[in-house]
Design a protein around this ligand. Structure first.
Ligand SMILES: [Zn+2]
Length: 554
């Protein structure tokens, strides 16, 4: 009997790297293909992407990538999927497709992808699947949920969503479509779990408007608004207010400039051009008439805001009276970096407002009352929470049970689970080992566990090189040793340590020479030096550095 297989490659048990496979007979759809930023950045890991080996094995079956919206954790891994040899048309809404186009350009892949733009409410069909796109509210415009008709029943994938009755741009979430699907019968609901721990209904994006208006109008100096560059609705509010209050806007950060362009291209920021001045020009205007839209809300290394905070920005120097509005969430894991940045902004004399002290950010994710509303509209037979850390999934599963989903029909699945559905049943049939690919930079070179371990060791313990030159024929050492270290010990101590290490290696060499003369079995010079030096450093500084004995045979 044919079953529908649902396989999350990422996004379950974490917030980020969303990627979900739907497979029926000879067809596969991939919903979202995102990345997650790494907390191993100090070891050179920039971000992490899903392992595509399952998709590579079955690449002839893949009919489409369908993107719910343009956040990096939903589209960022697409170029790497393509580089892994996975090719299929990519379906995306209009603003999402612009962001995808930019990502593909960065990788030189824009001609390799058949990008198909859908409007909300559009339907497209495959042999076993019929997709209906449904408009939802989120912190990026043009976000979609998917209602997917399959041979075993209807599957709803909410994407990221909230219920915002007064979004700044565009339409409110299309609740009617969800209700209609609920009446027709929904086999499986996959729903966003990010904010399940919050009990108050999420605030509307339009709340920001009044907050910003008061703050902008009262500004004594420069106003800097930092936020995610992809949040075009919020950007639109700043532009709107700049017009109303007759202020100018300068853009700090490459992605901010890029997203303003894309927002204009998508038709969302009409009239914005006339407000924009270059950063170099801000001193030509009264300070209280300038607003800077800036990247760097997460305290990212070298971002515009961190450079401003450190007093290292070429064009923007803060003064007392300036105001910095941090209009974004502190993403877990980034709190320390953001906190440090805020301290530096205060040290520069600015006033800083952020979520903990002032309501200048609203979340893009549904909270408990909205998640409950979704469950009650859709009335799914089976429920699997997605897009959340494990505890979010657990809370969301209990919420589903409260709305009437049967206990045995609620599943907490994790990445790599293979979920099989018929029209009557749902079960986690097997678990594939979840492999994550650690990526170093835009080139997409992956970092193996071994390399990561070596980097960690080098970082924690330092490296020592021991150089010797040997006569290839006589096997006698003719020059050296030279000993060089990096990151080993305090400079004051290092000289003594290396001298002693040199004496040790000399002694090993003379033992080696003697052994050569006695014509016994040749001693493994390299390995002996490595072992002895590690022992020596362990005795003297309490750690074993990486030791690289190099012997040149001439
Ligand atoms: Zn999102």
């Amino acid at each position: 009997m044919s079953v529908l297989r649902v396989i999350p490659l990422g996004g379950l048990g974490e917030i980020g790297m969303n990627c979900m496979i739907l497979e029926f007979n000879d067809e596969i759809l991939v919903v979202d293909c995102g990345l997650i930023f790494s907390d191993l950045d100090y070891l050179g890991v920039e971000f992490v992407i899903p392992d595509f080996s399952y998709l590579r094995e079955k690449k002839d079956k893949i009919k489409a990538f369908i993107m719910t919206h343009g956040h990096e954790d939903h589209i960022g891994a697409l170029p790497f999927a393509i580089k892994a040899g996975i090719h299929a048309p990519v379906y995306a809404s209009s603003f999402t497709s612009l962001l995808i186009r930019e990502r593909l350009k960065e990788h030189g892949l824009e001609d390799r992808v058949d990008l198909r733009v859908f409007r909300m409410g559009d339907q497209f069909s495959f042999k076993n699947f019929k997709i209906s796109t449904v408009s939802v509210n989120h912190s990026i415009i043009d976000s979609a949920a998917l209602i997917i008709d399959t041979p075993v029943g209807k599957v709803i994938h909410t994407g990221d969503f909230k219920i915002d009755p007064t979004p700044f741009f565009g339409q409110m979430i299309d609740l009617n479509s969800f209700a209609r699907a609920g009446e027709e019968g929904v086999l499986l609901l996959l729903s966003d779990s990010t904010n399940v721990e919050r009990h108050e209904h999420s605030m509307s994006e339009s709340v920001i408007y009044q907050k910003f208006e008061q703050l902008f109008a009262a500004a004594q100096g420069l106003t800097i608004v930092s936020m995610f560059a992809s949040n075009v609705s919020r950007m639109g509010q700043v532009f709107d207010l700049a017009k109303k209050l007759n202020k100018k806007i300068a853009l700090a950060g490459r992605s901010m400039e890029q997203n303003v362009k894309l927002g204009l291209e998508a038709g969302y920021l009409q009239g914005a051009e006339s407000r924009v001045i270059r950063l170099e020009e801000i001193d030509h205007y009264p300070r209280d008439q300038v607003i800077i839209l800036s990247t760097g809300s997460q305290g990212e290394h070298r971002s515009a805001l961190i450079r401003i905070a450190m007093g290292e920005h070429g064009q923007v120097q803060l003064q007392p009276g300036d105001l910095v509005l941090m209009s974004s969430k502190f993403i877990p894991g980034n709190e320390k970096a953001i906190g440090r940045m805020i301290n530096h902004l205060f040290k520069q004399g600015a006033e800083v407002l952020y979520e903990a002290v002032h309501d200048i950010h609203v979340s893009g994710h549904a909270t408990q009352p909205e998640l409950r509303q979704m469950l009650e509209l859709v009335k799914p037979k089976f429920f699997i929470p997605i897009h959340g850390e494990y505890r979010h999934l657990v809370h969301h599963a209990s919420l589903a049970k409260q709305t009437g989903v049967l206990d045995q029909n609620t599943f907490i699945a994790v990445n790599g689970d293979v979920i099989e559905l018929t029209s009557e049943t749902c079960r986690i049939a097997e678990h594939r080992e979840e492999i994550r690919v650690l990526v170093e930079g835009r080139e997409g070179n992956d970092i193996s566990k071994l390399v990561l371990r070596e980097r960690r060791q080098m970082g924690e313990k330092g490296v020592v090189f021991s150089l010797l030159v040997r006569n290839a024929e006589s096997r006698r050492v003719i020059s050296g040793p030279e000993i060089i270290s990096k990151g080993l010990a305090h400079e004051e101590r290092e000289g003594w340590l290396l001298e002693e290490a040199k004496k040790l290696v000399k002694k090993i060499v003379s033992d080696y020479d003697r052994a050569l003369g006695s014509r016994g079995p040749e001693m493994d010079l390299q390995e002996t030096i490595r072992v002895e030096l590690r022992r020596f450093f362990n005795q003297n500084i309490g750690k074993k550095p990486i030791v690289l004995p190099i012997i040149l045979d001439l």
